[in-house]
Design a protein around this ligand. Structure first.
Ligand code: ARG
Ligand code: ZN
Length: 881
């Protein structure tokens, strides 16, 4: 493992390479312990580059075993080779030349899962961001693009399948017991998009005809026997291909598109050209083993990786600082796809909930960084919710500011200008500025400044003048390295709702730009005045969450109720409910802390029950309304001195009050027909299940017995209902006989299904309270626990740290100490996994004092540990700073 060197990379230091890579020819002789890699690289010196400049190639834990220049051995005096670099001097000044590097690697011992590794007997690669340098010496940076030819040689036994990027060239027998296959990828690509897979897998095949008539073979490779579970992924792939043609005018560009599902993978999936590699959790599904959420994730991630073919692959990133150029844009695209496949408002609500619960805390804590950062120590630590989800929000704001037509023109211009290139965020923004004629320079601060703006809202209505005036003030708190913030361009979609429920059409708006229902806040302080408003309006602002900001707006409860009941923007309705619920939950938390009683506002209860019971609204929306702000949301809103136990008690007491008041409604919903209907993963059916299951959760609070959940468990005919029933049992009645029985039955029934066992682990790891830690320690000794499998580690340690506030934030700090031990141990095998789980500690400073002390001590244990990876040392360093 590479240990920390403390080196920092700066965006300002970017310069192009001295050598241009013309083509790449790789030959692999696969062996589990001793794979031979031969790389033939044709370079020429870049015009204008120093004629003496050496060629410097990246490596990571490599040993050089052969080096030729134009087929002739290079004398030792002409180069320096270390495990992490290869420097060759005295290369031709004018003519192209070929470098041939030979080295041997050991995939079997590669537990980092970066570079070439083994998973369940299959050879597999992960190269983004800097994994290719663990395969061979190479200019391993995203602005070095070339066509690749790849020849794979391997024992026939165990490796009938030999895959790489591009189109299949041919293959056949090689020598005694071995065969080969050759692939050619004509589209110039950076090394991070390289992939190789070899082994013995089953396949599901289909075809897609592109809009211009190109026939594309589609193949999804999975472990033998799991083929039926790839059907939904295949369906999602075909829908993605069609959607990208229709919505973005993007067509697929090779003869074949392959997806391989593997069980050991650090992240969700990877968009390697023509050969996506997936965490099998995001491919495999059937009604018995996958929940509605699993299906939705598969659809989303299959689409995401496919969409990268244009936004990421055809146009890639100039350097890793530009990561959000491909990730933010591609998340925006997958969000839009899911919105079109499912319910747009419900998708928006879910995305915003996720943004607020994951990205907002990141943006206000020690790990805050802009979507386009300008320094990093470890790029793997920048695959963050800021780069991805906030990056998507920034793209969405461009669409809001420009309007659909100009946004489309800007996208087309971007594709036209930069196809085949490695681009920057500036290139992207310029395409929109040029296509629309709009100045986006102030807007660009969204890419370069961290932190979530706070917009304070105050308003006044003058009946005599029929004028509504709105005063807005924006501030952004300092973030690490950025003490002073500039005012941003914030597009706020709004509606003034009149007495009669109509949305007012103002005669004129003074004080700034207002167009198509969107107000453009560009100053630190700005007052807008809307004339021709015939009665005092109710202000609905930041509709559809048009800007990722926090609002400070003391809106009265009656106005919120009106919005919650009557807004036409369903996101705004949901937001109004949240704005009613959060203060109630905060008051409840304070009451618990002061030893008082939790009293839940009757208006809130009534509004919620009315909406949840309103059959004119779609069930998925009602289910979202029912899912109150989470304990983490409440902690964030409290903003400091967090006591997770008080929050937990207060939230539960509030739910109980609502459940008791709405008992009849919840019973009807829980017993609604559809229970037991044949399973279909479509959004409507999933929405009905989520409402029914939400009601079941509430009933567990009102009825206080496990009977109903136990019956639901026994009656369940699909994984959504089964896992939900089990979660009600484990969350509410962890010690009951019913729960123990259900857990045992679940374990036995799914003992040979790794993905379902992950659920079994995480359901138990999420059981609240002080007992969580011992339960998790015991589960780590279970025969099913596999310390080398990232999904399994996440399901136990990750669930404790990210999804069990009371269990993790035990007052005695024991869970923090446990996490520290785990991080240090995981880091030795898999630094990326360790660093990711460690980010769960990022909000430690907002804990109440004694917990914060314990957290700090645990973090110090980590930072004092010897031989930390760059990944963990970077995160712990920033968290403690
Ligand atoms: N590009 C991949 C995606 O879109 C993720 C790769 C993550 N790589 C990493 N080193 N964390 O989803
Ligand atoms: Zn991506």
């Amino acid at each position: 493992m590479r240990t920390d060197t403390g080196q920092i990379v700066h965006l300002a230091d970017y310069r192009p390479t001295d050598f241009v890579l013309e083509r790449v020819d790789l030959t692999f002789e696969l062996d589990p312990k001793n794979t031979k890699v031969e790389a033939r690289l044709i370079f020429h010196r870049r015009e204008g580059a120093d004629s003496q400049a050496p060629l410097v190639l990246d490596g990571d834990e490599l040993t050089l075993s052969g080096l030729l220049l134009d087929q002739v051995e290079i004398p030792a005096s002409q180069y320096d080779a270390t495990p992490d670099s290869l420097t060759i001097r005295d290369l031709p000044a004018e003519t192209p030349f070929e470098i041939c590097v030979t080295n041997y690697i050991n995939p079997q011992v590669n537990t980092q899962l970066m570079g070439l590794y083994r998973t369940n007997g299959v050879y597999c690669t992960q190269c983004e961001a800097e994994g290719f340098r663990r395969i061979t010496y190479f200019p391993d940076r995203p602005d070095v693009l070339a066509p690749y030819t790849v020849t794979i040689i391997a024992a026939k036994e165990g490796n009938p399948l030999l895959l790489s990027n591009g189109n299949f060239l041919g293959g056949g027998n090689y020598d005694e017991g071995r065969h080969f296959a050759a692939w050619f990828d004509p589209h110039p690509k950076p090394s991070y998009l390289f992939a190789l897979v070899a082994g013995d897998l089953g396949v599901v095949e289909d075809r897609f005809t592109t809009v211009s008539g190109r026939e594309v073979a589609l193949k999804i490779y999975v472990e033998h026997g799991k083929e039926p579970r790839a059907a939904y992924a295949m369906d999602a792939l075909k829908r993605s291909m069609k959607w990208d043609e229709e919505r973005f005018g993007r067509e697929y560009d090779l003869d074949i598109f392959m997806i391989v599902a593997v069980s050991d993978f650090n992240m969700g999936a990877m968009e390697n050209k023509g050969l996506n590699v997936f965490n099998d959790k995001f491919v495999l599904a059937d009604p018995e083993t996958a929940s509605d959420a699993d299906y939705a994730n598969i659809e989303r991630i299959i689409a995401h990786e496919y969409f990268h073919n244009w936004t990421g692959n055809r146009i890639t990133c100039r350097d890793w600082f530009q990561l959000c150029l491909k990730e933010g844009l591609t998340v925006y695209r997958d969000q839009e796809f899911s919105a079109d496949m499912r319910s747009r408002p419900v998708k928006r609500i879910a995305d915003v909930r996720h943004l607020k619960s994951e990205q907002f805390p990141e943006d206000s804590g020690p790990l805050a960084h802009p979507p386009r950062p300008d320094t990093y120590r470890e790029i793997n630590n920048f695959y963050t919710t800021t780069v991805y989800e906030k990056g998507a929000e920034v793209t969405r704001m461009i669409a809001t500011i420009l309007g659909a037509d100009d946004f489309k023109k800007g996208m087309d211009l971007y594709f036209e200008r930069h196809d085949g290139e490695a681009a920057t965020v500036e290139d992207f923004v310029k395409s929109f500025a040029d296509a629309s004629g709009r100045d986006l320079s102030q807007f660009s601060l969204w890419y370069t400044e961290a932190g979530t703006p706070l917009v304070s809202v105050s308003s006044a209505y003058d009946a005599g003048k029929a004028t509504f005036s709105l005063t807005l003030e924006q501030t952004v708190a300092p973030t690490p390295g950025q003490p002073v913030k500039q005012p941003r361009h914030i597009p706020l979609s709004l509606a003034l709702i009149l007495d009669n429920g109509q949305i007012a059409e103002p005669q004129a708006v003074a004080g700034g730009e207002y167009r198509a229902g969107v107000l453009h806040l560009t100053e630190r302080n700005q007052t807008f005045s809307f004339s021709g408003i015939s009665s005092r309006p109710v202000l609905s602002i930041n509709r559809s969450f048009s800007a990722p900001v926090n609002l400070h707006f003391e809106q009265n409860a009656a106005d919120l109720v009106q919005i919650a009941r009557h807004e036409t923007d369903m996101f705004a309705r949901f937001q109004a409910l949240t704005d009613l619920a959060l203060p109630a939950l905060i008051a409840a938390t304070k009451a618990v802390q002061n030893g008082g009683e939790v009293r839940t506002d009757a208006e809130l209860i009534a509004t919620l029950i009315e909406i949840v019971g309103d059959s004119s609204l779609e069930p998925a929306f009602r289910a979202q309304a029912l899912a109150l702000p989470s304990e983490t949301d409440i902690a964030r809103e409290l903003g400091g001195n967090t006591d997770p136990d008080a929050i937990h008690k207060a939230r539960n007491a509030t739910i109980k009050a609502i459940a008791t008041a709405g008992l009849e409604t919840f019973r009807q919903l829980a017993e609604a027909s559809g229970n037991g209907e044949a399973y279909s993963p479509d959004a409507d059916s999933a929405g009905r299940r989520s409402l029914r299951n939400g009601a079941l959760s509430f009933l567990a609070f009102a009825e206080e017995t496990p009977a109903r959940a136990a019956k639901a468990y026994a009656d369940a005919t699909n994984m959504t209902d089964l896992a939900h029933a089990l979660s009600v049992l484990t969350q509410r009645f962890p010690d009951s006989a019913e729960t123990k029985e259900a857990l045992t039955a679940f374990e036995t029934r799914f003992a040979d299904n790794a993905l379902v066992l992950d659920k079994w682990f995480s359901l138990q790891a999420a059981i609240p309270g002080d007992g969580a830690l011992d339960r998790i320690k015991a589960l780590m000794k279970s025969k099913h626990f596999i310390a080398t499998n990232p999904n399994r580690v996440r399901s136990l340690v990750g669930t404790l740290a990210f999804a069990n506030p009371t269990g993790f934030h035990r007052a005695d700090g024991a869970a923090y100490r446990f996490l520290a031990e785990q991080i240090i141990a995981i880091d030795k095998r898999n630094p990326q996994l360790a660093a990711r789980i460690l980010t769960s500690m990022r909000s430690w400073r907002s804990l109440e004092a004694s917990r914060a002390e314990h957290a700090k001590a645990a973090l110090s244990t980590i930072s004092d540990a010897k031989g930390l990876s760059t990944d963990v040392s970077d995160i712990v360093g920033r968290i403690l700073k």
